[in-house]
Design a binder for this molecule. Structure first.
Ligand code: NAD
Ligand code: UDP
Length: 325
Protein backbone atom coordinates (compact mmCIF):
# COMPACT_ATOMS: atom_id res chain seq x y z
CA UNK A 1 0.00 0.00 0.00
CA UNK A 2 1.45 3.38 -1.01
CA UNK A 3 1.46 6.31 1.41
CA UNK A 4 0.21 9.37 -0.47
CA UNK A 5 0.07 12.99 0.71
CA UNK A 6 -2.49 15.28 -0.92
CA UNK A 7 -2.24 19.00 -0.12
CA UNK A 8 -5.43 20.95 -0.67
CA UNK A 9 -7.35 17.75 0.11
CA UNK A 10 -10.50 19.57 1.24
CA UNK A 11 -10.72 21.58 -1.98
CA UNK A 12 -12.48 20.85 -5.25
CA UNK A 13 -9.82 18.78 -7.03
CA UNK A 14 -8.08 17.58 -3.85
CA UNK A 15 -11.20 15.97 -2.40
CA UNK A 16 -12.06 14.23 -5.69
CA UNK A 17 -8.46 12.98 -6.03
CA UNK A 18 -8.34 11.77 -2.42
CA UNK A 19 -11.51 9.71 -2.87
CA UNK A 20 -10.16 8.12 -6.04
CA UNK A 21 -6.80 7.32 -4.39
CA UNK A 22 -8.62 5.58 -1.53
CA UNK A 23 -10.74 3.54 -3.94
CA UNK A 24 -7.51 2.39 -5.57
CA UNK A 25 -6.22 1.07 -2.23
CA UNK A 26 -3.78 3.78 -1.15
CA UNK A 27 -3.22 5.23 2.30
CA UNK A 28 -3.91 8.97 2.03
CA UNK A 29 -2.96 11.85 4.30
CA UNK A 30 -4.86 15.01 3.39
CA UNK A 31 -3.45 18.38 4.39
CA UNK A 32 -5.50 21.55 4.18
CA UNK A 33 -5.84 24.84 6.06
CA UNK A 34 -9.50 25.17 4.93
CA UNK A 35 -8.88 28.53 3.33
CA UNK A 36 -11.17 27.76 0.39
CA UNK A 37 -11.78 24.07 1.06
CA UNK A 38 -14.47 22.52 3.20
CA UNK A 39 -14.37 19.57 5.58
CA UNK A 40 -17.80 18.61 4.20
CA UNK A 41 -16.08 17.72 0.90
CA UNK A 42 -14.46 14.86 2.83
CA UNK A 43 -17.53 13.79 4.81
CA UNK A 44 -17.96 10.42 3.10
CA UNK A 45 -14.33 9.37 3.74
CA UNK A 46 -13.74 11.01 7.11
CA UNK A 47 -13.81 7.65 8.90
CA UNK A 48 -12.12 5.62 6.16
CA UNK A 49 -9.47 3.37 7.75
CA UNK A 50 -6.80 4.48 5.26
CA UNK A 51 -7.48 8.21 5.44
CA UNK A 52 -6.13 10.84 7.81
CA UNK A 53 -6.97 14.55 7.60
CA UNK A 54 -4.64 17.12 9.12
CA UNK A 55 -5.74 20.74 9.22
CA UNK A 56 -2.62 22.77 8.63
CA UNK A 57 -0.91 25.37 6.48
CA UNK A 58 1.64 23.78 4.14
CA UNK A 59 3.64 27.01 4.25
CA UNK A 60 4.57 26.17 7.85
CA UNK A 61 8.06 24.70 8.18
CA UNK A 62 6.79 22.39 10.97
CA UNK A 63 5.34 20.30 8.23
CA UNK A 64 8.73 18.76 7.51
CA UNK A 65 9.02 17.23 10.96
CA UNK A 66 5.47 15.85 11.16
CA UNK A 67 5.56 12.16 12.05
CA UNK A 68 2.56 11.02 9.95
CA UNK A 69 4.29 12.27 6.80
CA UNK A 70 7.43 10.17 7.29
CA UNK A 71 7.89 7.48 4.67
CA UNK A 72 5.61 9.12 2.11
CA UNK A 73 5.81 7.59 -1.38
CA UNK A 74 3.86 10.14 -3.43
CA UNK A 75 2.92 13.80 -2.97
CA UNK A 76 0.22 15.63 -4.91
CA UNK A 77 0.71 19.33 -4.16
CA UNK A 78 -2.65 20.97 -4.96
CA UNK A 79 -2.95 23.48 -2.12
CA UNK A 80 -3.70 26.95 -3.51
CA UNK A 81 -6.83 28.97 -4.11
CA UNK A 82 -7.70 28.63 -7.79
CA UNK A 83 -10.71 30.88 -8.35
CA UNK A 84 -9.80 34.49 -9.29
CA UNK A 85 -12.34 35.62 -6.69
CA UNK A 86 -10.47 33.83 -3.91
CA UNK A 87 -6.85 34.21 -5.00
CA UNK A 88 -7.24 37.93 -5.56
CA UNK A 89 -8.64 38.42 -2.06
CA UNK A 90 -5.75 36.41 -0.57
CA UNK A 91 -2.89 37.38 -2.87
CA UNK A 92 -0.02 37.03 -0.39
CA UNK A 93 -1.25 33.64 0.86
CA UNK A 94 -1.57 32.49 -2.76
CA UNK A 95 2.01 33.54 -3.45
CA UNK A 96 3.24 31.82 -0.27
CA UNK A 97 1.55 28.47 -0.83
CA UNK A 98 2.79 28.16 -4.41
CA UNK A 99 6.38 29.13 -3.58
CA UNK A 100 7.26 28.35 0.07
CA UNK A 101 4.56 25.68 0.22
CA UNK A 102 5.93 24.08 -2.95
CA UNK A 103 9.48 24.21 -1.58
CA UNK A 104 8.31 22.51 1.63
CA UNK A 105 6.64 19.73 -0.35
CA UNK A 106 9.75 19.30 -2.50
CA UNK A 107 11.86 19.02 0.67
CA UNK A 108 9.46 16.37 1.94
CA UNK A 109 9.79 14.53 -1.38
CA UNK A 110 13.57 14.85 -1.29
CA UNK A 111 13.98 13.49 2.22
CA UNK A 112 11.67 10.55 1.55
CA UNK A 113 12.64 9.74 -2.04
CA UNK A 114 9.00 10.43 -2.98
CA UNK A 115 7.52 11.41 -6.35
CA UNK A 116 5.72 14.74 -6.55
CA UNK A 117 3.04 16.10 -8.87
CA UNK A 118 2.62 19.88 -8.73
CA UNK A 119 -0.59 21.39 -10.05
CA UNK A 120 0.40 24.42 -12.05
CA UNK A 121 -2.07 26.09 -14.38
CA UNK A 122 -2.87 27.28 -17.88
CA UNK A 123 -2.60 30.73 -16.27
CA UNK A 124 1.17 30.22 -16.56
CA UNK A 125 0.61 31.26 -20.23
CA UNK A 126 -0.99 34.53 -19.08
CA UNK A 127 -2.95 36.25 -21.86
CA UNK A 128 -1.44 34.09 -24.61
CA UNK A 129 -0.25 35.47 -27.93
CA UNK A 130 0.18 31.95 -29.28
CA UNK A 131 -2.91 29.85 -29.79
CA UNK A 132 -3.53 27.05 -28.92
CA UNK A 133 -0.96 26.73 -26.14
CA UNK A 134 1.71 24.06 -26.10
CA UNK A 135 4.10 23.55 -23.20
CA UNK A 136 7.06 25.16 -25.00
CA UNK A 137 5.23 28.50 -25.25
CA UNK A 138 6.68 30.81 -22.60
CA UNK A 139 3.59 32.90 -22.03
CA UNK A 140 2.53 36.53 -21.85
CA UNK A 141 2.16 37.25 -18.15
CA UNK A 142 1.79 40.58 -16.40
CA UNK A 143 3.66 40.99 -13.10
CA UNK A 144 1.71 44.19 -12.37
CA UNK A 145 -1.91 43.22 -12.16
CA UNK A 146 -4.54 41.36 -10.14
CA UNK A 147 -3.79 37.93 -11.64
CA UNK A 148 -0.03 38.14 -11.07
CA UNK A 149 -0.16 36.75 -7.52
CA UNK A 150 -1.46 33.48 -8.97
CA UNK A 151 0.19 33.32 -12.40
CA UNK A 152 3.66 34.35 -11.33
CA UNK A 153 3.56 32.32 -8.11
CA UNK A 154 2.66 29.23 -10.15
CA UNK A 155 5.52 29.99 -12.51
CA UNK A 156 7.95 30.27 -9.58
CA UNK A 157 6.46 27.05 -8.17
CA UNK A 158 7.41 25.41 -11.47
CA UNK A 159 10.97 26.78 -11.12
CA UNK A 160 11.22 25.23 -7.64
CA UNK A 161 10.22 21.89 -9.18
CA UNK A 162 12.80 22.32 -11.91
CA UNK A 163 15.61 23.06 -9.46
CA UNK A 164 14.78 20.15 -7.14
CA UNK A 165 14.73 17.91 -10.19
CA UNK A 166 18.04 19.28 -11.52
CA UNK A 167 19.96 19.56 -8.26
CA UNK A 168 18.54 16.73 -6.18
CA UNK A 169 16.94 14.42 -8.75
CA UNK A 170 13.54 14.64 -7.04
CA UNK A 171 11.07 12.92 -9.37
CA UNK A 172 8.86 15.92 -10.08
CA UNK A 173 6.03 16.24 -12.59
CA UNK A 174 4.27 19.53 -13.35
CA UNK A 175 0.66 19.52 -14.58
CA UNK A 176 -0.57 22.71 -16.25
CA UNK A 177 -4.28 22.24 -15.64
CA UNK A 178 -6.83 24.03 -17.84
CA UNK A 179 -10.30 25.01 -16.52
CA UNK A 180 -11.78 22.01 -14.74
CA UNK A 181 -15.33 21.82 -13.41
CA UNK A 182 -18.05 19.71 -11.81
CA UNK A 183 -20.71 20.19 -9.17
CA UNK A 184 -18.01 19.69 -6.54
CA UNK A 185 -17.09 23.34 -7.08
CA UNK A 186 -18.49 25.47 -4.26
CA UNK A 187 -21.63 27.18 -5.49
CA UNK A 188 -20.09 30.49 -4.38
CA UNK A 189 -16.73 29.64 -5.99
CA UNK A 190 -17.11 32.42 -8.56
CA UNK A 191 -15.70 30.42 -11.47
CA UNK A 192 -17.71 30.47 -14.64
CA UNK A 193 -19.37 27.02 -14.67
CA UNK A 194 -20.34 27.23 -11.02
CA UNK A 195 -21.75 30.73 -11.55
CA UNK A 196 -23.64 30.02 -14.78
CA UNK A 197 -25.24 26.75 -13.65
CA UNK A 198 -26.25 28.10 -10.25
CA UNK A 199 -27.66 31.27 -11.83
CA UNK A 200 -29.58 29.30 -14.48
CA UNK A 201 -31.20 26.83 -12.08
CA UNK A 202 -32.20 29.66 -9.73
CA UNK A 203 -33.66 31.75 -12.56
CA UNK A 204 -31.14 34.53 -11.92
CA UNK A 205 -29.34 36.53 -14.63
CA UNK A 206 -26.46 34.65 -16.23
CA UNK A 207 -23.56 37.07 -15.85
CA UNK A 208 -21.27 37.17 -18.89
CA UNK A 209 -18.16 39.30 -18.33
CA UNK A 210 -17.20 41.42 -21.34
CA UNK A 211 -18.92 40.53 -24.62
CA UNK A 212 -18.37 36.82 -23.98
CA UNK A 213 -16.05 36.38 -26.97
CA UNK A 214 -13.14 35.22 -24.77
CA UNK A 215 -12.60 31.46 -24.92
CA UNK A 216 -11.87 28.68 -22.46
CA UNK A 217 -11.54 24.91 -22.79
CA UNK A 218 -13.37 22.97 -20.10
CA UNK A 219 -12.36 19.62 -18.70
CA UNK A 220 -14.66 17.51 -16.54
CA UNK A 221 -13.16 16.65 -13.16
CA UNK A 222 -12.95 12.88 -13.72
CA UNK A 223 -10.74 13.42 -16.77
CA UNK A 224 -8.43 15.82 -14.94
CA UNK A 225 -8.08 13.50 -11.93
CA UNK A 226 -7.24 10.60 -14.21
CA UNK A 227 -4.60 12.78 -15.90
CA UNK A 228 -3.01 13.69 -12.55
CA UNK A 229 -2.84 10.04 -11.49
CA UNK A 230 -1.31 9.04 -14.83
CA UNK A 231 1.32 11.72 -14.34
CA UNK A 232 2.25 10.29 -10.97
CA UNK A 233 2.36 6.77 -12.31
CA UNK A 234 4.30 7.28 -15.55
CA UNK A 235 8.08 7.46 -15.34
CA UNK A 236 8.11 9.27 -18.71
CA UNK A 237 6.46 12.27 -17.02
CA UNK A 238 9.37 12.78 -14.61
CA UNK A 239 10.99 16.19 -15.05
CA UNK A 240 8.27 17.27 -17.50
CA UNK A 241 5.64 19.98 -17.72
CA UNK A 242 2.44 18.60 -19.27
CA UNK A 243 -0.82 20.33 -20.22
CA UNK A 244 -3.93 18.63 -18.83
CA UNK A 245 -7.05 20.02 -20.43
CA UNK A 246 -9.80 19.44 -22.94
CA UNK A 247 -8.95 20.89 -26.36
CA UNK A 248 -12.62 21.62 -27.17
CA UNK A 249 -12.73 25.42 -27.06
CA UNK A 250 -15.85 27.54 -26.41
CA UNK A 251 -16.53 31.23 -26.10
CA UNK A 252 -17.92 32.24 -22.73
CA UNK A 253 -21.13 33.36 -24.47
CA UNK A 254 -21.50 29.90 -26.04
CA UNK A 255 -21.16 28.39 -22.57
CA UNK A 256 -23.86 30.73 -21.22
CA UNK A 257 -26.19 29.75 -24.07
CA UNK A 258 -25.45 26.04 -23.64
CA UNK A 259 -26.12 26.20 -19.89
CA UNK A 260 -29.36 28.08 -20.52
CA UNK A 261 -30.45 25.46 -23.06
CA UNK A 262 -29.49 22.42 -20.95
CA UNK A 263 -31.17 23.78 -17.81
CA UNK A 264 -34.23 24.92 -19.82
CA UNK A 265 -33.88 28.15 -17.87
CA UNK A 266 -35.73 31.43 -18.39
CA UNK A 267 -32.73 33.38 -17.08
CA UNK A 268 -31.58 36.42 -19.04
CA UNK A 269 -27.98 36.57 -20.25
CA UNK A 270 -26.54 39.89 -19.05
CA UNK A 271 -23.22 41.55 -19.85
CA UNK A 272 -20.83 43.03 -17.26
CA UNK A 273 -17.36 44.57 -17.13
CA UNK A 274 -14.54 42.28 -18.18
CA UNK A 275 -12.08 41.81 -15.29
CA UNK A 276 -8.60 43.29 -15.84
CA UNK A 277 -6.11 41.00 -17.63
CA UNK A 278 -8.79 38.37 -18.36
CA UNK A 279 -7.13 36.06 -20.92
CA UNK A 280 -8.81 36.33 -24.35
CA UNK A 281 -8.08 32.84 -25.67
CA UNK A 282 -7.24 29.60 -23.97
CA UNK A 283 -6.96 26.12 -25.43
CA UNK A 284 -4.44 23.36 -24.70
CA UNK A 285 -2.35 21.34 -27.12
CA UNK A 286 -2.38 17.89 -25.52
CA UNK A 287 -0.03 16.01 -27.84
CA UNK A 288 2.46 15.60 -24.98
CA UNK A 289 -0.15 14.20 -22.59
CA UNK A 290 -1.32 11.76 -25.26
CA UNK A 291 2.24 10.62 -25.97
CA UNK A 292 3.70 10.43 -22.45
CA UNK A 293 0.60 9.53 -20.46
CA UNK A 294 -1.69 7.87 -23.01
CA UNK A 295 -4.27 10.37 -21.74
CA UNK A 296 -6.97 12.44 -23.35
CA UNK A 297 -10.30 13.67 -22.01
CA UNK A 298 -13.35 11.47 -22.56
CA UNK A 299 -16.19 13.71 -21.41
CA UNK A 300 -17.65 16.42 -23.64
CA UNK A 301 -18.76 19.78 -22.24
CA UNK A 302 -22.41 18.95 -22.85
CA UNK A 303 -22.13 15.62 -21.02
CA UNK A 304 -20.18 17.15 -18.13
CA UNK A 305 -22.62 20.04 -17.85
CA UNK A 306 -25.59 17.67 -17.71
CA UNK A 307 -23.98 15.82 -14.77
CA UNK A 308 -23.12 19.12 -13.09
CA UNK A 309 -26.62 20.55 -13.53
CA UNK A 310 -28.26 17.43 -12.13
CA UNK A 311 -26.17 17.49 -8.95
CA UNK A 312 -26.41 21.25 -8.32
CA UNK A 313 -30.16 20.95 -8.89
CA UNK A 314 -30.60 18.18 -6.36
CA UNK A 315 -28.52 20.18 -3.82
CA UNK A 316 -30.76 23.18 -4.39
CA UNK A 317 -33.81 21.01 -4.06
CA UNK A 318 -32.57 19.64 -0.70
CA UNK A 319 -31.97 23.19 0.52
CA UNK A 320 -35.44 24.23 -0.58
CA UNK A 321 -36.99 21.29 1.25
CA UNK A 322 -37.43 18.96 -1.70
CA UNK A 323 -39.45 20.81 -4.34
CA UNK A 324 -36.53 22.12 -6.48
CA UNK A 325 -35.94 25.51 -8.05
P1 NAD B 1 -9.79 24.90 -4.37
O1 NAD B 1 -9.70 26.31 -3.93
O2 NAD B 1 -11.12 24.23 -4.41
O3 NAD B 1 -8.85 23.98 -3.49
C1 NAD B 1 -7.60 24.42 -3.00
C2 NAD B 1 -7.41 23.84 -1.59
O4 NAD B 1 -6.14 24.27 -1.09
C3 NAD B 1 -8.47 24.37 -0.62
O5 NAD B 1 -9.03 23.28 0.08
C4 NAD B 1 -7.69 25.29 0.30
O6 NAD B 1 -8.26 25.37 1.58
C5 NAD B 1 -6.31 24.64 0.28
N1 NAD B 1 -5.22 25.54 0.64
C6 NAD B 1 -4.96 26.78 0.17
N2 NAD B 1 -3.87 27.29 0.74
C7 NAD B 1 -3.39 26.34 1.60
C8 NAD B 1 -2.29 26.28 2.49
N3 NAD B 1 -1.44 27.30 2.63
N4 NAD B 1 -2.12 25.16 3.23
C9 NAD B 1 -3.00 24.12 3.14
N5 NAD B 1 -4.06 24.13 2.30
C10 NAD B 1 -4.25 25.23 1.55
O7 NAD B 1 -9.09 24.83 -5.82
P2 NAD B 1 -9.07 23.66 -6.89
O8 NAD B 1 -9.86 24.08 -8.06
O9 NAD B 1 -9.34 22.35 -6.25
O10 NAD B 1 -7.53 23.69 -7.33
C11 NAD B 1 -6.58 22.77 -6.81
C12 NAD B 1 -5.23 23.04 -7.46
O11 NAD B 1 -5.30 22.87 -8.87
C13 NAD B 1 -4.71 24.46 -7.22
O12 NAD B 1 -3.31 24.40 -7.02
C14 NAD B 1 -5.02 25.17 -8.51
O13 NAD B 1 -4.14 26.23 -8.75
C15 NAD B 1 -4.85 24.05 -9.52
N6 NAD B 1 -5.64 24.31 -10.75
C16 NAD B 1 -6.99 24.12 -10.73
C17 NAD B 1 -7.72 24.41 -11.87
C18 NAD B 1 -9.21 24.18 -11.92
O14 NAD B 1 -9.80 24.46 -12.97
N7 NAD B 1 -9.85 23.68 -10.90
C19 NAD B 1 -7.08 24.90 -13.02
C20 NAD B 1 -5.71 25.11 -12.96
C21 NAD B 1 -4.99 24.79 -11.83
N1 UDP C 1 -16.76 34.65 -16.40
C1 UDP C 1 -17.99 35.20 -16.78
N2 UDP C 1 -18.97 35.24 -15.85
C2 UDP C 1 -18.84 34.73 -14.60
C3 UDP C 1 -17.60 34.17 -14.21
C4 UDP C 1 -16.58 34.16 -15.15
O1 UDP C 1 -18.16 35.65 -17.91
O2 UDP C 1 -19.82 34.80 -13.82
C5 UDP C 1 -15.68 34.60 -17.41
C6 UDP C 1 -14.34 35.17 -16.96
O3 UDP C 1 -14.29 36.57 -17.19
C7 UDP C 1 -13.39 34.39 -17.84
C8 UDP C 1 -14.06 33.03 -17.99
O4 UDP C 1 -15.43 33.24 -17.69
O5 UDP C 1 -13.28 34.99 -19.11
C9 UDP C 1 -13.49 31.97 -17.07
O6 UDP C 1 -13.48 32.52 -15.75
P1 UDP C 1 -13.08 31.66 -14.48
O7 UDP C 1 -13.04 32.60 -13.32
O8 UDP C 1 -13.93 30.46 -14.38
O9 UDP C 1 -11.62 31.11 -14.78
P2 UDP C 1 -10.29 31.78 -15.42
O10 UDP C 1 -10.54 33.18 -15.81
O11 UDP C 1 -9.30 31.67 -14.32
O12 UDP C 1 -10.02 30.93 -16.59
Amino acid sequence: MKKVVVTGAAGFLGSCLTKKLLVEGNQVIGLDNLMTGRVSNLAEIRNHANFMFIQMDVVSEHILSMKPLAGVDEIYHLASPASPKFYQSAALDTMAVNTIGTKNMLELAKSNGARLVYTSTSEAYGDPEVHPQQEMYRGNVNTWGPRACYDEAKRLGEVYCYEYYRQFQVRVKVARIFNTYSANLRNDDGRVISNFVNQAIRGQDITVYGDGSQTRSFCYVDDTIQGLMRMMEKEAATGEIINLGNPLEYTVLQVAELVKKLTKSNSRITFHDLPKDDPKLRCPVIVKAKKLLGWEPQITLEEGLLRTIEIYRSQLSELAGGDGA
